[in-house]
Design a protein around this ligand. Structure first.
Ligand code: MF3
Ligand code: CO
Length: 251
């Protein structure tokens, strides 16, 4: 069942989303060669605590960290670690903020130091795909319109869309209905209606979309060793269009 959110509930989620956006803005200043993702994770944990929020991922299905920190060929659910970031790394940081019982979810990609054109191009295409998907998140459209917008953009550039992880409804729980696929057919799938709140979070690989899970039981990485990139926002559907609850000013 899809839980439709009332305007006052969306306002609560917007507060969580604003805080999450601010965390990403802070991370942007901190990410650099020599810094470890465990240090970044500790920063996030403390920042949220200081602002009266909690990291919802910590303790979720036994997950131990405030953030997921996935590097290069890691697609998602990377564990923060003591290893120092190095020049040229492509880092994805994903987190869910809980503020007064309402959640927001946003992942962002970070270039560490000076990165290759391959990394820059993949980051650009993935962010574009997210916003093309968001633009389809309108009353009367269907979820397949979102997936199609994302898939057609990145496949035209020779990239692929990860199939095994999808966007999701969100509210008081991390994962609610509906599932939001990042590939699909226009005009197919669940009809989008006012008051839905869901994430759009395309994971885009430079190579093919096959993945494998590390022996830690969590971390997904590309089978072909190619780079993977992700951007994610939490979106509320209003009668006037998509409302990005985790938007950082300036994107
Ligand atoms: N942020 C993830 C998502 O986008 C969900 C959390 S997975 C976790 O769906 F277990 F690592 F927390
Ligand atoms: Co997420």
């Amino acid at each position: 069942m899809i839980f439709i959110k009332r305007p006052e509930e969306i306002e609560k989620m917007r507060e969580a989303g604003k805080l999450l956006a601010n965390v990403h803005k802070e991370l942007k200043k901190l990410v650099a060669p020599g810094v470890s993702t465990l240090e970044l994770d500790q920063f996030v944990d403390e920042y949220l605590q200081k602002h009266g929020a909690t990291p919802e991922q910590k303790g979720y299905k036994g997950y131990k960290y405030a953030t997921c920190a996935s590097l290069n060929d890691e697609i998602c659910h990377g564990f923060p670690s003591k290893k120092k970031l190095v020049d040229g790394d492509l880092l994805k940081i994903d987190m869910v903020v809980n503020l007064d019982g309402w959640l927001a979810d946003s992942a962002w990609s970070y270039a560490v130091g000076e990165v290759s054109d391959e990394v820059k191009d993949l980051m650009k295409a993935t962010k574009e795909a997210l916003y093309l998907g968001i633009d389809q998140a309108r009353v009367g459209n269907r979820l397949g319109d979102i997936g199609h917008a994302i898939q057609s953009h990145v496949e035209a550039l020779g990239y692929s869309v990860v199939r095994d992880f999808v966007g999701h409804g969100i509210g008081k729980n991390i994962h609610e209905e509906p599932q939001v696929l990042h590939y699909g057919t226009p005009g197919r799938g669940t009809r989008i209606s006012e008051g839905m709140v869901f994430t759009i979070e395309p994971m885009i690989n430079a190579g093919n979309y096959q993945l494998k899970i590390d022996s830690n039981g969590w971390t997904a990485r590309t089978v072909d060793g190619s780079l993977s990139c992700q951007y994610e926002h939490t979106i509320a559907i209003t009668k006037d269009g998509p409302d990005i609850l985790t938007e950082q000013d300036g994107r």
